[in-house]
Structures are given as structure tokens and as C-alpha cells.
Design a protein around this ligand. Structure first.
Ligand code: SF4
Length: 295
């Protein structure tokens, strides 16, 4: 159901806007933003062929910094919107971006049902382990003892083990990247965009302004590329093991991929005989008479 891949055509300038970047110097958003544009260009997608959906957060300002069809939604609610758009027109690749705060607190219910539904879309987690936009409060992925604004003694709650949580939902695609490794992110994004169902991509992102423990240098010294060390992404149990075990090193790359599970759309019986998409079936209705009641 994807648009046929093209050669040539789009380039990085195709996604350019005049809107100045307002992210802090050294923010990992720059790397993720660049890698996604490169992945889209290398796959041959023009900006008008894709939909980029952003949750609220520092990364969400990317909606203005990227020339494409973009949507900037409510806090924690990017997944239901993006899933709806994907199901309404599965010919358009949909990419949703969310932070660790919104995705694992306000919107955690949407994450559960997006993974189990296997919606045909890509989700990119900007995982900087704090609420950067609101000046550095702890999120559910912040390390428990880490001093943050509004919790200078650390948070009383345990840190949510997000990878174990995601694997418990039996995902069909899980990858992890690092905002300082653009080459690897491009490879991950390109693979995720061609996945049949819900592609969950966790990007460990430096936030030099508020996260002073998981810095760029700290992440750089702890991550390793599991694929280059021979990890087999078809092995669910091993993928889960290396995703969860971050004791000494943090695995990155394509950790798990299963193309045998149909997506949510493919399982919709009423859609299976249809040649058209839902957006093509919407009838135009003249509401001018109705609107007169409100003038
Ligand atoms: Fe990036 Fe952190 Fe600055 Fe937000 S606060 S723009 S996440 S460095």
C-alpha cells in the first residue's frame, strides 16, 4: 500500500523552510531531524507524499521546521491522530514523533493500543529522559536518583522500564538509535518506513540543557551497534534481552523485526475488497444551509 519508491527527485532542500531553528545548541533534535529528512530523500519521497505528526515537546517544533504535510497535536495524543490518518489513507506513509514524557505518561494508553493494533505507521520516540519544553522536569523514563527541576532529590517513583514494557506488548518492529549517529538513524528510519505494521523506534537523545547525566558523550561511550555484532532481528527473545539489559552497554540498531504479522488495516475485513481508500470515499456535502443557523 506504499507509494512506489522513486529514484532522484527530492533532496534535502525539498524539506527546507525559512523558519529558524530554536532548539538549544547541541540538542539531539538536530540529528534526528536531519536523519529523518535524509531517510525520506533516500527513499525517494517528496514532502507532499508523506505525513509527519508531532506531539507536544521541544521536538514538536519540528512541525514548523520541515516543509511537508505536518500536524502538531495535543500532548500525548499524537498516536491516535497519526493512526487515524494512516488508516484513512494507507497510501501515505505516516510518521509520528513523541517525547518520553508524553508517550509514557499522558499518552501511555495510546502507546499500548498502537503496538497491539500494529497500525501501519512509524513512531519515533525522542527519548531525552525529561520534559525539556517545560524546563527539565522528570519524566517516567528519568533515572530515579537523577536531580531534575522540580525534583532536586530525584523522583520517588521507579523509572519505567520502557523497552521491557514495549516488548511485553509483542511488537512487530523495535529499533533503538542515538541522536549522535546519523548514519545509523538513517538506516533505521528507512527500514522502519518500509515495515508492514507499527514500527517503534526509540532514539536516545541528548538534551544538554536539562539532562546532565545522559549527555552526548555518555551516550556515545555506552551505545553499540548490535547488528554489526551479529544480532539477528528475527529472534524475539534475544532482541528483548539485549534491549532491556543496559547494565554495561546499550544496544542500538534494528533489534526486532517481524514482517509476517498483518497490520491493523490488513485485518479490517470491510476494507479487504476495496480498491479505494477511506479518504477517496468521503462524499462532499453542502453544509451552507446548516451553517445559516449559526450566523
Ligand atoms: Fe533540546 Fe533539551 Fe533544549 Fe529542548 S531543552 S531544545 S530537548 S536541548
Amino acid at each position: 500500500m506504499r507509494i512506489p519508491l522513486q529514484t532522484g527527485g527530492p533532496n534535502m532542500h525539498s524539506y527546507y523552510t525559512d523558519t529558524p531553528c530554536t532548539w538549544c545548541d547541541g540538542c539531539g533534535d538536530y540529528g534526528i531531524w536531519t536523519a529523518m529528512k535524509r531517510a525520506l530523500v533516500e527513499l525517494g519521497y517528496h514532502p507532499w507524499q508523506i505525513l509527519l505528526c508531532y506531539d507536544v515537546g521541544c521536538h514538536g517544533n519540528g512541525a514548523d521546521k520541515t516543509r511537508a504535510y505536518t500536524f502538531h497535536g495535543l500532548h500525548g495524543r499524537v498516536l491516535p491522530f497519526a493512526a487515524g490518518a494512516s488508516l484513512a489513507n494507507p497510501n501515505v506513509p505516516v510518521i509520528a514523533f513523541g517525547g518520553d514524557g508524553a508517550s509514557f505518561s499522558e499518552g501511555v494508553g495510546h502507546m499500548v493500543h498502537s503496538v497491539r493494533s500494529n497500525y501501519p505507521m512509524t513512531f519515533v520516540l525522542h527519548n531525552n529522559a525529561n520534559y525539556g519544553l517545560t524546563t527539565g522536569q522528570a519524566s517516567s523514563l528519568t533515572w530515579q536518583d537523577q536531580p531534575m527541576n522540580s525534583s532536586p532529590n530525584g523522583i520517588p517513583e521507579r523509572t519505567l522500564p520502557s523497552m521491557d514494557f514495549i516488548f511485553s506488548l509483542e511488537p512487530t518492529f523495535v529499533a533503538r538509535g542515538f541522536s549522535g549517529n546519523i548514519e545509523q538513524m538513517v538506516r533505521i528510519f528507512k527500514t522502519a518506513l518500509q515495515h508492514r505494521g507499527f514500527a517503534y523506534v526509540d532514539i536516545l537523545q541528548a538534551c544538554p540543557t536539562y539532562n546532565h547525566l545522559a549527555t552526548h558523550d555518555w551516550l556515545l561511550s555506552h551505545v553499540y551497534d548490535a547488528n554489526s555484532e551479529g544480532h539477528d532481528p528475527s529472534n524475539f527473545e534475544e532482541a528483548r534481552r539485549i534491549a532491556v539489559d543496559t547494565t554495561d552497554r546499550i544496544s542500538t540498531g534494528i533489534l526486532y523485526q517481524n514482517e509476517d504479522i498483518p497490520s491493523f488495516y490488513e485485518r479490517l475485513i470491510p476494507r479487504q475488497q476495496r480498491k479505494t481508500t477511506a479518504v477517496e470515499e468521503v462524499e462532499r456535502t453542502d453544509v451552507s444551509e446548516l451553517m445559516k443557523e449559526f450566523v
